[in-house]
Design a protein around this ligand. Structure first.
Ligand code: ADP
Ligand code: MG
Length: 403
């Protein structure tokens, strides 16, 4: 049953004082928080995860770091679609609207009461600061009211744990050192992951993230937002070798990525091929139909454009896998983890599997690839075991680095 049902449940604080007393210093708040917490090491292994870093409001309950009892994701795609990308102010507003119902539903679906939780985990960053603040403030309030430990999680570490939590046992299972490629709308990063979840940044995009390139190319061509799933669905209908794009050459760190060049190359191609009529036809389709089917898209997308999409996707995949393989070699990786929204891409999955790499490749199941809160609760579990708890001074950090 929902448990966020108001004031009557507020437990009295340990010393009878108010947490939100005017003028309380950070230090005073910390002491108060520590006194107030019921059990520093609670016996329950169930963690409520809360994620609000970008345009998904998500809540989940995960037991033992891997058993997903519930995972609720409230997507804002419909809100942002007409702008062709995420509008930060609208995102914060939508999070405010969705956060309470999302948490209630997650607890209800997990058949878990607040009293049965061991901790609350929340995304601290990176992300949009206004969005992060909504999840952070609500998580802090819940943790304080219910006297539960609060755990701060880095969103990127969450993406990595979306995979680790599902493949820490079994055959094959993730062995370390592992190479993690986190590839989404906001991130394209390569990390070395060592035993004990220690991270080292090996490479990152210097401009656009790969998912952002998918989204921008789709927007330019009159397909909706987000562009990744649409390009993924249409690419198999085109020839991936029809348009030659050059791979980015990186000065300095050869493990860094760049996707702005290919985005500009697509723009030049569009300008040179007089595509305005078909782009208008697609925009009209999008205005008339909420989510056009592949067949509907195919009717307004000539062969040459399908070739362009297929070639664009193939080049992005080649870029991702080339640098991932080089990084894996550099660290002697025994596993490759691919995570983030772009990990949904079927072309990337096929290419990674058919590359016959010397180590196994692990992808998250599709529901855990894009932003979700189960990955936040899963990433919090090792911190929970180590007693790594945050206090009332915890702040959202839009640029939080993992390593
Ligand atoms: P972020 O953490 O940056 O908010 P997510 O992890 O939620 O992003 O991933 C969203 C991104 O993933 C978007 O850029 C979207 O276009 C991309 N994406 C989702 N599905 C696919 C797909 N099948 N192929 C390529 N990109 C995809
Ligand atoms: Mg993400």
């Amino acid at each position: 049953m929902p448990v966020l049902d108001g004031q009557s449940r507020l437990p009295p604080s340990a010393d009878g004082s108010s947490f939100t007393s005017q003028g309380a210093t950070n230090a005073a708040a910390v002491i108060l928080w520590a006194k107030h917490r019921k059990h520093p090491y609670v016996s329950s292994s169930r963690i409520l995860g809360i994620e609000s870093s970008c345009d998904e409001t998500a809540a989940a309950v995960v037991a033992d770091g891997s058993r997903i009892l519930s995972s609720v994701v409230s997507s804002q795609i419909a809100t942002h679609a007409k702008y062709g990308g995420v509008v930060p102010e609208l995102a914060s507003r939508e999070h405010l609207r969705a956060i309470v119902p999302a948490v209630r539903l997650a607890l209800e679906q997990a058949d878990t009461r607040m009293e049965e939780l061991g901790a609350i985990a929340v995304t601290q960053g990176p992300g949009l600061v206004g969005s992060l603040l909504v999840g952070m403030t609500y998580a802090k309030a819940l943790a304080f009211v219910h006297r539960l430990p609060l755990i701060a999680v880095n969103h990127i570490e969450g993406h990595i744990h979306a995979v680790i939590s599902q493949h820490s046992s079994g055959d094959p299972c993730i062995e370390y050192p592992a190479l993690a490629l986190v590839v989404s709308g906001g991130h394209t990063h390569l990390y070395e992951v060592r035993e004990g979840f220690r991270y080292r940044l090996l490479g990152r995009t210097r401009d656009d993230a790969a998912g952002e390139a998918f989204d921008k190319v789709a927007k330019l061509l009159g397909f909706g937002y987000p562009g990744g799933p649409i390009i993924d669905a249409l690419a198999p209908h085109g020839d991936p070798e029809a348009v030659r794009f050059t791979l980015a050459k990186m000065k300095g760190n050869a493990l860094d990525f760049s996707f702005s060049g290919i985005k500009t190359a697509v723009l030049r191609w569009v300008e040179a091929h007089g595509m305005s009529a078909e782009i208008t036809a697609r925009r009209e389709l999008l205005a008339a139909v909420h989510r056009p089917s592949v067949d509907e898209w195919l009717r307004v997308t000539p062969r040459a454009t399908l070739d362009l999409l297929a070639s664009f996707q193939a080049t992005v995949i080649e870029e991702l896998l080339k640098r991932a393989a080089a990084s894996a070699e550099e660290i002697g990786a025994r596993s490759l983890i691919v995570s983030g929204g772009v990990a949904c891409n079927s072309g990337l999955r096929i290419a990674a599997e058919s590359a016959a790499l010397a180590y196994p490749v692990f992808f998250p199941e599709p529901g855990l690839s894009t932003d979700n809160a189960a990955m936040i609760a899963a990433a919090a579990f090792p911190k929970f075991l180590r007693g790594e708890f945050a206090d009332a001074t915890l702040k959202a950090d839009a640029n939080l680095a993992l390593a």
